[in-house]
Design a protein around this ligand. Structure first.
Ligand code: FEO
Length: 462
Protein backbone atom coordinates (compact mmCIF):
# COMPACT_ATOMS: atom_id res chain seq x y z
CA UNK A 1 0.00 0.00 0.00
CA UNK A 2 1.33 3.44 -0.90
CA UNK A 3 1.42 6.34 1.52
CA UNK A 4 1.20 10.05 0.76
CA UNK A 5 3.99 11.99 2.52
CA UNK A 6 3.42 15.39 0.89
CA UNK A 7 1.38 16.81 -1.95
CA UNK A 8 2.11 14.70 -5.00
CA UNK A 9 4.81 12.68 -3.22
CA UNK A 10 4.24 9.09 -2.21
CA UNK A 11 6.08 6.39 -0.29
CA UNK A 12 5.89 3.30 -2.51
CA UNK A 13 8.40 1.15 -0.65
CA UNK A 14 8.15 -2.10 1.23
CA UNK A 15 8.16 -3.05 4.90
CA UNK A 16 10.36 -6.08 5.61
CA UNK A 17 8.86 -7.39 8.84
CA UNK A 18 10.90 -10.59 8.83
CA UNK A 19 14.54 -9.68 8.27
CA UNK A 20 16.71 -10.30 11.34
CA UNK A 21 20.19 -10.08 9.80
CA UNK A 22 21.47 -7.47 7.39
CA UNK A 23 24.58 -7.37 5.19
CA UNK A 24 24.78 -11.13 5.49
CA UNK A 25 25.18 -11.63 9.23
CA UNK A 26 27.09 -8.49 10.14
CA UNK A 27 24.16 -6.54 11.59
CA UNK A 28 21.11 -7.71 13.49
CA UNK A 29 17.78 -6.14 12.62
CA UNK A 30 15.64 -7.27 15.53
CA UNK A 31 12.92 -4.79 14.56
CA UNK A 32 13.00 -5.56 10.83
CA UNK A 33 13.43 -2.74 8.32
CA UNK A 34 11.86 -0.90 5.41
CA UNK A 35 13.14 -0.25 1.91
CA UNK A 36 11.82 3.20 1.10
CA UNK A 37 11.13 4.23 -2.48
CA UNK A 38 9.41 7.51 -3.31
CA UNK A 39 7.25 8.48 -6.27
CA UNK A 40 6.94 12.15 -7.22
CA UNK A 41 3.94 12.78 -9.43
CA UNK A 42 4.59 15.70 -11.74
CA UNK A 43 4.65 16.23 -15.48
CA UNK A 44 7.52 13.73 -15.56
CA UNK A 45 6.72 11.20 -12.84
CA UNK A 46 9.90 10.32 -10.98
CA UNK A 47 10.76 7.33 -8.83
CA UNK A 48 13.51 7.71 -6.25
CA UNK A 49 15.21 4.37 -5.46
CA UNK A 50 13.74 0.89 -5.55
CA UNK A 51 13.59 -2.17 -3.29
CA UNK A 52 15.27 -5.60 -3.15
CA UNK A 53 14.35 -7.68 -6.14
CA UNK A 54 12.26 -10.15 -4.14
CA UNK A 55 9.96 -7.26 -3.18
CA UNK A 56 9.61 -5.82 -6.69
CA UNK A 57 6.01 -7.00 -7.18
CA UNK A 58 4.91 -5.29 -3.99
CA UNK A 59 6.54 -1.99 -4.96
CA UNK A 60 5.05 -2.22 -8.45
CA UNK A 61 1.59 -2.71 -6.96
CA UNK A 62 2.10 0.40 -4.83
CA UNK A 63 3.07 2.42 -7.89
CA UNK A 64 0.08 1.12 -9.85
CA UNK A 65 -2.22 2.49 -7.18
CA UNK A 66 -1.04 5.96 -8.25
CA UNK A 67 0.08 5.90 -11.90
CA UNK A 68 0.75 3.46 -14.68
CA UNK A 69 4.39 2.32 -14.27
CA UNK A 70 5.13 3.03 -17.93
CA UNK A 71 4.50 6.71 -17.22
CA UNK A 72 7.61 6.94 -15.03
CA UNK A 73 9.96 9.37 -16.77
CA UNK A 74 12.91 9.30 -14.37
CA UNK A 75 14.34 6.67 -12.04
CA UNK A 76 16.79 8.17 -9.57
CA UNK A 77 19.23 5.59 -8.18
CA UNK A 78 20.79 7.28 -5.17
CA UNK A 79 22.83 4.18 -4.29
CA UNK A 80 23.76 0.93 -6.01
CA UNK A 81 23.58 -1.47 -3.06
CA UNK A 82 21.05 -4.20 -3.78
CA UNK A 83 18.59 -3.24 -1.04
CA UNK A 84 17.90 -0.11 -3.14
CA UNK A 85 18.93 -1.07 -6.65
CA UNK A 86 17.63 -4.64 -6.68
CA UNK A 87 14.59 -3.65 -8.74
CA UNK A 88 16.23 -1.01 -10.96
CA UNK A 89 16.27 -3.22 -14.04
CA UNK A 90 12.73 -4.43 -13.42
CA UNK A 91 11.50 -0.83 -13.24
CA UNK A 92 13.42 0.19 -16.36
CA UNK A 93 11.77 -2.70 -18.20
CA UNK A 94 8.34 -1.78 -16.85
CA UNK A 95 8.91 1.85 -17.78
CA UNK A 96 10.86 1.70 -21.07
CA UNK A 97 10.87 5.47 -21.51
CA UNK A 98 12.27 6.11 -18.05
CA UNK A 99 15.71 7.69 -17.82
CA UNK A 100 17.99 6.29 -15.15
CA UNK A 101 19.74 9.05 -13.19
CA UNK A 102 22.70 8.22 -10.99
CA UNK A 103 26.24 9.18 -9.99
CA UNK A 104 29.29 8.09 -11.96
CA UNK A 105 30.20 5.52 -9.33
CA UNK A 106 26.63 4.23 -9.16
CA UNK A 107 26.66 3.63 -12.89
CA UNK A 108 29.68 1.39 -12.32
CA UNK A 109 28.01 -0.40 -9.40
CA UNK A 110 24.88 -1.13 -11.42
CA UNK A 111 26.88 -2.44 -14.35
CA UNK A 112 28.76 -4.78 -12.04
CA UNK A 113 25.53 -6.13 -10.62
CA UNK A 114 23.37 -6.17 -13.72
CA UNK A 115 25.47 -5.51 -16.81
CA UNK A 116 26.39 -8.08 -19.42
CA UNK A 117 29.56 -10.12 -18.92
CA UNK A 118 30.26 -8.48 -15.59
CA UNK A 119 27.28 -9.84 -13.65
CA UNK A 120 28.58 -12.06 -10.88
CA UNK A 121 25.77 -12.34 -8.36
CA UNK A 122 23.78 -15.47 -9.12
CA UNK A 123 20.97 -14.17 -6.92
CA UNK A 124 20.37 -11.39 -9.43
CA UNK A 125 18.17 -12.68 -12.20
CA UNK A 126 19.00 -10.04 -14.82
CA UNK A 127 22.66 -9.69 -15.70
CA UNK A 128 22.46 -8.53 -19.29
CA UNK A 129 20.92 -5.09 -19.03
CA UNK A 130 22.47 -2.35 -21.14
CA UNK A 131 22.54 0.80 -19.07
CA UNK A 132 22.31 4.25 -20.58
CA UNK A 133 22.05 6.48 -17.51
CA UNK A 134 22.12 10.22 -17.17
CA UNK A 135 25.11 10.67 -14.89
CA UNK A 136 24.85 13.64 -12.52
CA UNK A 137 27.22 15.46 -10.21
CA UNK A 138 26.81 17.75 -7.22
CA UNK A 139 25.00 20.93 -8.20
CA UNK A 140 23.29 19.49 -11.24
CA UNK A 141 19.54 19.23 -11.42
CA UNK A 142 16.68 17.97 -13.54
CA UNK A 143 13.31 19.64 -14.03
CA UNK A 144 10.43 17.19 -13.78
CA UNK A 145 7.61 19.66 -14.28
CA UNK A 146 6.82 22.27 -11.70
CA UNK A 147 9.41 20.68 -9.48
CA UNK A 148 13.16 20.53 -9.89
CA UNK A 149 15.37 17.87 -8.32
CA UNK A 150 18.89 18.75 -7.25
CA UNK A 151 21.72 16.29 -6.66
CA UNK A 152 24.46 16.17 -4.05
CA UNK A 153 27.06 13.42 -4.32
CA UNK A 154 27.66 11.84 -0.91
CA UNK A 155 30.47 9.29 -1.28
CA UNK A 156 30.75 6.76 1.57
CA UNK A 157 27.31 7.55 2.93
CA UNK A 158 27.16 4.62 2.51
CA UNK A 159 29.23 3.57 -0.55
CA UNK A 160 31.36 5.58 -2.97
CA UNK A 161 28.34 5.75 -5.30
CA UNK A 162 25.93 7.28 -2.78
CA UNK A 163 24.06 10.47 -3.62
CA UNK A 164 21.44 12.71 -2.01
CA UNK A 165 18.49 14.04 -3.99
CA UNK A 166 16.96 17.31 -2.83
CA UNK A 167 13.51 18.60 -3.67
CA UNK A 168 13.17 22.33 -2.91
CA UNK A 169 9.91 23.66 -1.58
CA UNK A 170 7.73 25.04 -4.34
CA UNK A 171 4.25 26.47 -4.53
CA UNK A 172 2.70 24.40 -7.26
CA UNK A 173 -0.53 26.22 -8.00
CA UNK A 174 -2.79 29.02 -6.90
CA UNK A 175 -3.76 28.94 -3.27
CA UNK A 176 -7.34 28.63 -2.17
CA UNK A 177 -8.27 24.99 -2.33
CA UNK A 178 -7.58 22.86 0.73
CA UNK A 179 -4.50 20.69 0.56
CA UNK A 180 -5.05 16.96 0.67
CA UNK A 181 -4.67 15.49 4.12
CA UNK A 182 -1.31 13.94 4.81
CA UNK A 183 -1.10 10.18 5.21
CA UNK A 184 -3.98 9.54 2.88
CA UNK A 185 -3.78 6.22 1.12
CA UNK A 186 -6.09 7.52 -1.58
CA UNK A 187 -4.58 8.17 -5.00
CA UNK A 188 -4.72 11.70 -6.32
CA UNK A 189 -7.83 12.54 -8.31
CA UNK A 190 -5.60 13.40 -11.23
CA UNK A 191 -1.91 13.06 -11.75
CA UNK A 192 0.52 14.73 -14.06
CA UNK A 193 -0.41 18.19 -12.94
CA UNK A 194 -0.52 19.96 -9.63
CA UNK A 195 -3.73 20.39 -7.70
CA UNK A 196 -4.92 23.84 -6.66
CA UNK A 197 -3.35 24.75 -3.33
CA UNK A 198 -0.66 22.08 -3.52
CA UNK A 199 2.66 22.87 -1.99
CA UNK A 200 5.65 20.61 -2.01
CA UNK A 201 7.78 20.60 1.10
CA UNK A 202 11.55 20.95 1.12
CA UNK A 203 12.58 17.29 1.20
CA UNK A 204 16.00 15.67 1.33
CA UNK A 205 16.19 12.10 0.06
CA UNK A 206 19.57 11.01 1.48
CA UNK A 207 19.22 7.28 0.89
CA UNK A 208 21.09 5.38 3.66
CA UNK A 209 22.00 8.46 5.71
CA UNK A 210 19.72 9.22 8.68
CA UNK A 211 17.97 5.84 8.40
CA UNK A 212 16.98 3.27 11.00
CA UNK A 213 16.19 -0.42 10.66
CA UNK A 214 12.62 -0.42 11.93
CA UNK A 215 9.65 -2.21 10.37
CA UNK A 216 6.50 -0.29 11.16
CA UNK A 217 3.09 0.57 9.79
CA UNK A 218 4.02 4.18 10.62
CA UNK A 219 5.90 6.24 8.07
CA UNK A 220 6.93 9.25 10.15
CA UNK A 221 9.41 9.42 13.01
CA UNK A 222 6.90 11.18 15.24
CA UNK A 223 4.51 8.25 15.01
CA UNK A 224 6.66 5.88 17.08
CA UNK A 225 8.32 6.06 20.47
CA UNK A 226 11.29 8.43 20.29
CA UNK A 227 13.49 6.26 22.53
CA UNK A 228 13.11 3.31 20.16
CA UNK A 229 13.63 5.58 17.17
CA UNK A 230 16.87 7.15 18.42
CA UNK A 231 18.16 3.81 19.73
CA UNK A 232 17.78 2.26 16.28
CA UNK A 233 19.21 5.36 14.58
CA UNK A 234 22.28 5.09 16.83
CA UNK A 235 22.64 1.36 16.19
CA UNK A 236 22.45 2.04 12.45
CA UNK A 237 25.09 4.76 12.65
CA UNK A 238 27.42 2.73 14.90
CA UNK A 239 27.34 -0.43 12.80
CA UNK A 240 27.16 1.05 9.30
CA UNK A 241 28.32 4.65 9.08
CA UNK A 242 30.76 5.10 11.99
CA UNK A 243 33.90 4.48 9.86
CA UNK A 244 32.95 7.49 7.76
CA UNK A 245 32.45 9.96 10.60
CA UNK A 246 34.83 12.61 9.26
CA UNK A 247 33.20 12.44 5.81
CA UNK A 248 29.78 12.74 7.44
CA UNK A 249 30.79 15.91 9.26
CA UNK A 250 32.15 17.41 6.02
CA UNK A 251 29.04 16.46 4.06
CA UNK A 252 26.67 17.90 6.65
CA UNK A 253 28.70 21.12 6.80
CA UNK A 254 28.66 21.27 2.99
CA UNK A 255 24.88 20.96 2.94
CA UNK A 256 24.52 23.50 5.75
CA UNK A 257 26.61 25.99 3.73
CA UNK A 258 24.19 25.54 0.83
CA UNK A 259 21.65 27.12 3.17
CA UNK A 260 18.82 25.04 1.80
CA UNK A 261 15.71 24.58 3.92
CA UNK A 262 15.02 20.98 4.91
CA UNK A 263 11.58 20.36 6.33
CA UNK A 264 11.63 16.64 5.75
CA UNK A 265 14.35 13.99 5.56
CA UNK A 266 13.10 10.91 3.75
CA UNK A 267 15.75 8.18 4.13
CA UNK A 268 15.79 4.80 2.43
CA UNK A 269 15.30 2.83 5.67
CA UNK A 270 12.84 3.36 8.47
CA UNK A 271 10.88 6.44 9.46
CA UNK A 272 10.75 9.86 7.80
CA UNK A 273 11.88 12.88 9.82
CA UNK A 274 9.68 15.99 9.43
CA UNK A 275 9.21 19.36 11.03
CA UNK A 276 6.00 21.21 11.71
CA UNK A 277 6.81 23.72 9.01
CA UNK A 278 4.08 23.88 6.44
CA UNK A 279 2.58 20.57 7.47
CA UNK A 280 -1.03 20.43 8.66
CA UNK A 281 -1.96 18.41 11.76
CA UNK A 282 -2.32 14.75 11.03
CA UNK A 283 -4.81 12.30 12.46
CA UNK A 284 -3.20 9.46 14.34
CA UNK A 285 -0.10 11.38 15.40
CA UNK A 286 0.70 10.31 18.92
CA UNK A 287 4.14 11.78 19.47
CA UNK A 288 5.63 15.20 19.22
CA UNK A 289 7.26 15.93 15.92
CA UNK A 290 11.01 15.55 15.84
CA UNK A 291 12.68 18.24 13.84
CA UNK A 292 15.00 16.82 11.16
CA UNK A 293 17.66 18.94 12.84
CA UNK A 294 17.71 16.45 15.71
CA UNK A 295 19.03 13.56 13.63
CA UNK A 296 21.45 15.88 11.81
CA UNK A 297 22.85 17.07 15.16
CA UNK A 298 23.01 13.47 16.42
CA UNK A 299 25.07 12.50 13.36
CA UNK A 300 27.45 15.37 14.05
CA UNK A 301 27.74 14.36 17.72
CA UNK A 302 28.28 10.67 17.01
CA UNK A 303 30.81 11.46 14.28
CA UNK A 304 32.81 13.66 16.65
CA UNK A 305 32.75 11.21 19.56
CA UNK A 306 30.24 13.00 21.78
CA UNK A 307 28.72 10.56 24.28
CA UNK A 308 26.36 10.24 27.24
CA UNK A 309 29.41 9.99 29.48
CA UNK A 310 28.77 6.47 30.78
CA UNK A 311 30.76 3.25 30.74
CA UNK A 312 30.25 -0.08 28.99
CA UNK A 313 31.76 -3.25 30.44
CA UNK A 314 32.01 -6.16 28.03
CA UNK A 315 33.39 -9.53 29.02
CA UNK A 316 33.58 -13.23 28.22
CA UNK A 317 34.31 -15.76 30.96
CA UNK A 318 34.97 -19.50 31.28
CA UNK A 319 34.29 -20.17 34.97
CA UNK A 320 32.92 -16.88 36.25
CA UNK A 321 36.06 -15.20 37.65
CA UNK A 322 36.09 -12.47 35.01
CA UNK A 323 32.35 -11.95 35.61
CA UNK A 324 33.09 -11.21 39.29
CA UNK A 325 35.67 -8.63 38.22
CA UNK A 326 33.13 -7.01 35.88
CA UNK A 327 30.62 -6.63 38.71
CA UNK A 328 33.25 -5.20 41.07
CA UNK A 329 34.30 -2.69 38.41
CA UNK A 330 30.67 -1.66 38.00
CA UNK A 331 30.39 -1.13 41.78
CA UNK A 332 33.36 1.23 41.72
CA UNK A 333 32.09 3.15 38.71
CA UNK A 334 28.63 3.49 40.23
CA UNK A 335 30.16 4.76 43.47
CA UNK A 336 31.63 7.64 41.46
CA UNK A 337 28.21 8.50 40.07
CA UNK A 338 28.89 7.35 36.53
CA UNK A 339 26.34 5.27 34.62
CA UNK A 340 27.52 1.76 33.74
CA UNK A 341 26.13 -1.30 31.97
CA UNK A 342 27.59 -4.81 31.76
CA UNK A 343 27.26 -7.04 28.70
CA UNK A 344 28.42 -10.63 28.45
CA UNK A 345 29.35 -12.15 25.11
CA UNK A 346 28.20 -14.18 23.34
CA UNK A 347 24.93 -13.78 25.26
CA UNK A 348 24.36 -10.20 24.12
CA UNK A 349 23.82 -9.18 20.53
CA UNK A 350 27.05 -7.84 19.02
CA UNK A 351 25.41 -5.05 17.01
CA UNK A 352 23.65 -3.80 20.16
CA UNK A 353 26.91 -3.79 22.14
CA UNK A 354 28.58 -1.75 19.39
CA UNK A 355 25.73 0.76 19.60
CA UNK A 356 26.21 1.01 23.37
CA UNK A 357 29.94 1.58 22.87
CA UNK A 358 29.11 4.45 20.48
CA UNK A 359 26.83 6.07 23.03
CA UNK A 360 29.15 5.76 26.05
CA UNK A 361 32.58 7.19 26.90
CA UNK A 362 34.29 4.36 28.77
CA UNK A 363 34.95 0.81 27.58
CA UNK A 364 36.21 -1.92 29.92
CA UNK A 365 36.89 -5.23 28.21
CA UNK A 366 37.50 -8.47 30.09
CA UNK A 367 38.28 -12.06 29.23
CA UNK A 368 39.57 -15.26 30.71
CA UNK A 369 42.86 -16.28 29.16
CA UNK A 370 42.46 -19.12 26.69
CA UNK A 371 45.38 -20.43 24.66
CA UNK A 372 47.39 -17.35 25.74
CA UNK A 373 44.76 -15.13 24.18
CA UNK A 374 41.31 -13.67 24.81
CA UNK A 375 38.26 -15.86 24.29
CA UNK A 376 37.04 -16.13 20.68
CA UNK A 377 33.61 -14.53 20.95
CA UNK A 378 35.08 -11.43 22.53
CA UNK A 379 37.79 -11.42 19.86
CA UNK A 380 35.07 -11.33 17.20
CA UNK A 381 33.48 -8.29 18.81
CA UNK A 382 36.78 -6.40 19.04
CA UNK A 383 37.68 -7.33 15.47
CA UNK A 384 34.38 -5.88 14.27
CA UNK A 385 34.83 -2.81 16.45
CA UNK A 386 38.32 -2.11 15.10
CA UNK A 387 36.95 -1.66 11.59
CA UNK A 388 34.26 0.76 12.74
CA UNK A 389 36.79 3.19 14.23
CA UNK A 390 34.38 4.75 16.70
CA UNK A 391 35.94 7.89 18.14
CA UNK A 392 36.41 9.37 21.60
CA UNK A 393 36.69 6.30 23.87
CA UNK A 394 38.81 5.62 26.94
CA UNK A 395 39.31 1.95 27.84
CA UNK A 396 41.11 -0.71 29.82
CA UNK A 397 41.41 -4.50 29.95
CA UNK A 398 40.83 -6.96 32.76
CA UNK A 399 40.49 -10.71 33.24
CA UNK A 400 41.43 -13.96 34.97
CA UNK A 401 43.96 -16.58 33.97
CA UNK A 402 44.99 -20.07 35.10
CA UNK A 403 48.69 -20.72 34.66
CA UNK A 404 49.72 -18.23 32.00
CA UNK A 405 48.25 -14.90 30.98
CA UNK A 406 47.75 -13.37 27.56
CA UNK A 407 44.16 -12.14 27.36
CA UNK A 408 44.83 -8.71 28.85
CA UNK A 409 47.73 -8.00 26.49
CA UNK A 410 45.68 -9.19 23.50
CA UNK A 411 42.72 -6.99 24.48
CA UNK A 412 44.94 -3.94 24.96
CA UNK A 413 46.49 -4.45 21.55
CA UNK A 414 43.09 -4.70 19.91
CA UNK A 415 41.74 -1.66 21.76
CA UNK A 416 44.68 0.44 20.56
CA UNK A 417 43.95 -0.76 17.03
CA UNK A 418 40.39 0.46 17.59
CA UNK A 419 41.63 3.99 18.43
CA UNK A 420 40.61 3.64 22.09
CA UNK A 421 42.77 5.62 24.54
CA UNK A 422 43.98 2.70 26.69
CA UNK A 423 44.86 3.21 30.36
CA UNK A 424 46.88 0.72 32.44
CA UNK A 425 45.02 -2.55 32.84
CA UNK A 426 43.74 -4.06 36.05
CA UNK A 427 46.36 -6.74 36.96
CA UNK A 428 45.31 -10.21 35.88
CA UNK A 429 43.75 -12.41 38.56
CA UNK A 430 44.66 -16.08 39.01
CA UNK A 431 41.61 -18.34 38.60
CA UNK A 432 39.11 -16.39 40.74
CA UNK A 433 39.35 -13.09 42.63
CA UNK A 434 39.94 -13.21 46.41
CA UNK A 435 38.14 -10.60 48.60
CA UNK A 436 41.17 -8.30 48.64
CA UNK A 437 41.37 -8.48 44.83
CA UNK A 438 37.69 -7.63 44.60
CA UNK A 439 38.36 -4.59 46.79
CA UNK A 440 41.23 -3.50 44.52
CA UNK A 441 39.00 -3.99 41.51
CA UNK A 442 36.34 -1.72 43.00
CA UNK A 443 39.04 0.92 43.53
CA UNK A 444 40.19 0.48 39.92
CA UNK A 445 36.58 1.05 38.85
CA UNK A 446 36.45 4.28 40.84
CA UNK A 447 39.70 5.49 39.30
CA UNK A 448 38.49 4.62 35.82
CA UNK A 449 35.24 6.49 36.42
CA UNK A 450 37.21 9.58 37.43
CA UNK A 451 39.21 9.33 34.20
CA UNK A 452 35.98 9.05 32.25
CA UNK A 453 34.60 12.14 33.94
CA UNK A 454 37.81 14.01 33.16
CA UNK A 455 37.60 12.96 29.51
CA UNK A 456 33.95 13.95 29.38
CA UNK A 457 35.04 17.36 30.55
CA UNK A 458 37.50 17.72 27.70
CA UNK A 459 35.15 16.44 25.00
CA UNK A 460 34.46 16.67 22.14
CA UNK A 461 37.02 14.24 20.80
CA UNK A 462 38.24 14.59 17.30
FE1 FEO B 1 23.95 0.87 1.61
FE2 FEO B 1 20.62 0.50 2.50
O1 FEO B 1 22.19 0.21 1.50
Amino acid sequence: MHYKIADGIYWVGVVDWDIRNFHGFTYTTSRGTTYNAYLIVDEKPTLIDTVPQQFYDEMLANIKEIIKPEEIAYLIANHGELDHSGSVVNILKAAPKAKLVCSTHCQGTLKRYFGSRLGRDSAVATQDYQFDPQVVKTGQSIKIGKRTLKFIEAPMLHWPDSMFTYLPAVALAMAGAPAEALASSEPPAKHGSAQAGDETDAILFPNDAFGQHIASSARFADQIDETVLMDEAAKYFANILAPFGSLIVKKIEEVQKMNIPINMIAPSHGLIWRSDSGVPPQAGRTHQRINPGKIIQSYLDWSKGETNGGVVIVYETMWGGTAKLARALADGITAEGVKVNIYQVPGTDRSDIIKEILLNRGLLVGSSTHNNDMLPNLAGLLYDLSGLRIKGKIGAAFGCFGWAGGAIEAIEEELKETTVEVVNALPGVKFSPAPEEIAKTVEFGKDFARRVKAKNGTSSQK
